[in-house]
Design a protein around this ligand. Structure first.
Ligand code: FE2
Length: 280
């Protein structure tokens, strides 16, 4: 069976109807990759998977990211479901790109709805390629070579504006990471690296830098760049982490909502120029 594709929003998101066999055989992998790069988010509906099948589907795109720490990651606010990671879920409530704390982020993530919230808990995705393309040229020139400091603390500050000493100590135990503001992709296209983890612009006055980052985050989160996914049981949602930022909408954290995530390793560093200079 081929892929039956319906666009969900004008500039982001497509519904892909097919069967499990087509997804697992890898026969449509190039078609799906191309569609993912063009549309940012793909929703596969009607092909129920278990964990093993989700992993097999993930492997059709390449290596599984960070396989050592468990290839199927449980996304939950419940300590029982996710004893080591549940507290990180709070950082997913603000716009972010996964792993801005690393040089080489994952290419794509695949989320499967296992137990859904009775109310709320939609996942929002925003197309950071389209948001870059639409900037005024003056802004594109302004940000072309800017670098931004990303911190774990900044990822959590929006959700916890008055953190405890313990929270602050935990957040500050992680190293800061400097990333460019514009992602120069090997395809020649550019996208914004907008993420709540970004807090300071190198070489810019602190307030001015913060205002610029806030303005760009707000810009990229405008409705014309956003697809809002309302979960249905068995939904499998895949997004391109190199051209999409995402966040979860509020819901009752006691309701047992559980998603299983698998991740495809990336090949595009945030900063190809840094990598080139390191190799030299
Ligand atoms: Fe995330």
């Amino acid at each position: 069976m081929g892929l039956n594709v319906t666009h969900l929003e004008r500039r982001i998101g497509s519904l892909v109807e097919t069967d499990l066999e087509t997804l697992l055989s890898g026969e449509a992998v190039q078609e799906i990759r191309d569609l993912l790069e063009e549309r940012g988010v793909l929703v596969f509906r009607g092909c129920e998977m278990d964990d093993e099948q989700q992993l097999a589907f993930t492997r059709t795109f390449g290596d599984v990211y960070d396989a050592k720490s468990g290839a199927v990651y449980k996304v939950s606010f419940d300590k029982k479901d996710s004893p080591d990671h549940w507290h990180y879920s709070f950082g997913t409530m603000s716009w972010h790109i996964d792993r801005t704390d690393t040089d080489l982020p994952p290419f794509a993530s695949i989320l499967r709805g296992v137990r859904l919230a009775p109310e709320g808990g939609d996942t929002m995705f925003a197309n950071t390629y389209a948001a870059y393309d639409d900037l005024f040229e003056t802004d594109q020139r302004l940000i072309e070579n800017l670098k931004v400091v990303h911190t774990v603390e900044s990822s959590f500050r929006e959700v916890f504006p008055d953190p405890t000493e313990d929270q602050l100590a935990t957040w500050r135990s992680h190293d800061d990471k400097i990333q460019p503001l514009v992602w120069h992709h090997s395809s020649g296209r550019k996208s914004l690296i907008t993420s709540t983890s970004g807090c300071r612009v190198i070489g810019m006055d602190e307030d001015e830098g913060e205002a610029l980052l806030e303005r760009l985050l707000h810009w990229a989160g405008q409705s014309q760049y956003v697809y809002r996914h309302k979960w249905q049981p068995g939904d499998v949602v895949m997004w391109d982490n190199t051209g999409v930022m995402h966040k979860v909408m509020p819901f009752d954290h006691e309701c047992g909502r559980l998603l299983h995530r698998t991740t495809v390793a990336g090949s595009e560093p945030f900063d190809p120029r840094r990598d080139a200079s390191m190799a030299a």
